[in-house]
Write a protein that binds this ligand. Sequence first.
Ligand SMILES: Nc1nc2c(ncn2[C@@H]2O[C@H](COP(=O)(O)OP(=O)(O)O)[C@@H](O)[C@H]2O)c(=O)[nH]1
Ligand SMILES: [Mg+2]
Length: 339
Amino acid sequence: MARDWSDLFITAGSAEPGGSDDGELEPSEREAPRGRGGLFRRLREGMARTRQALGSEIQATLFGVLDEQTWERLEEALIMADVGASTTASVVQRLESEAAAGELEGGEALSERLIGLLAETARVGDGRIDIRAKPTVIMAVGVNGTGKTTTIGKLAWHLRKEFGQSVLLGAADTFRAAAGEQLEGWARRAECEIVTGPEGSDPGAVAFEAIAQARSRGVDVVIIDTAGRLHTQDDLMGELGKVRRVIARQLQGAPHETLLTLDATTGQNGLRQAKLFAETVDVTGVVLTKLDGTARGGIALAIASELALPVKLIGIGESVEDLRPFDAEDFARALMAES
Ligand SMILES: Nc1nc2c(ncn2[C@@H]2O[C@H](COP(=O)(O)OP(=O)(O)O)[C@@H](O)[C@H]2O)c(=O)[nH]1
Ligand SMILES: [Mg+2]
C-alpha cells in the first residue's frame, strides 16, 4: 500500500514489486503518521462526513457495555457507511470473538483492533503503479462524471512536477468535444503534451497516435482518457474493449495499468459499475473519487474485499493535492479516528 506518491510509483530506482513492503507490517510496527501529520489531517478532513457518521456511532458503541446490541449497532453503522454486508459480518465476528476471548480490554483496544481489521480488509493486491516500462501506458476508464479527466490531470501533474517524468495525454474521449478541451486545460497546467482527435472520431486512432508519438519522442508515461458514456452501455463497453485492443496490439505489455474511477457518492452502484468494467477491460486498480462528498466512505473496503481490486488512489476534493495514494491503514484510521 502506498502512503505517499513515492510509495505509489515503482520507478527504476525503487524496490521490486513484492519486495520489501511495509504493507506486511503490523500497525504497531509502523511509524505513526507523524511526519505526514499535515497530509493525514487533510485526509481526515476530507473524510469528515463518513467519520462523523461512523466514528461517533462506533465510539459510543464500543466504549459502553459490550452485549449483543453492541455488535448489532456496530454492524449497522458499518453497513450504513457502505462497508458491505459480508465484509461487515466477518469484521464484526472477528472483533466479537477476540473480545469474548478477553484479548481486547476497553474501548480503546477495541477501536484500535477495529481499525486494524478494517485496514486488513482494504489491503488487497499490489496498490502501486509500475512506471518502469518506457513508455508506460495508463488507460483511464469509468462512467461520465466520476472524475476520470480530473484524475488524469492530477496524476500527470504529480508525475511531471514531483517525479520529473515526461507525460503525454491521449484524449480518446471523442464523444464530447468538451472532454478534449478539459484535458487540454490539464495538459497546460501539468505542462505535458497532448494528442486529441476531432469530435466523433475513432478513439482507437487517438490512442494509437498518442502511443506512436510517445514512442518516437521517448516520453515516459502515456495516459489515455476514454469516454464514459455512449448511446448505450453495450456501445461503451464495445468501444473500450476496442481501444484496449488497439493499445495492446501496438505495444507489448500495454496498457500497463487500467484505472477505473468510481464516484464514492454512488455507493453500491459503484460496485456494479466496477464489475462491468472489470469484465471488459481488465481493470488493475480503482480510483475512488469524491470521498469528501459522502458519509459512505466504507465503499473503499467493499471494493477491495468484494471485488478483490486494489484501490490505488482516492479523491478527497478538487485541488491537485486532493488526489492521493490510498493507504489502508491511514484510511481506516481516518474513517474513525477522534484525533
Ligand atoms: N469534491 C470532489 N470533486 C471531484 C473529485 N474528483 C473529481 N471531482 C469533480 O467531479 C467533476 C467531474 O469530473 P471529470 O473529471 O470531468 O469526470 P469524467 O466525466 O469522469 O471525466 C468535476 O467537477 C471534478 O472537479 C473529488 O475527489 N472530490
Ligand atoms: Mg472526462
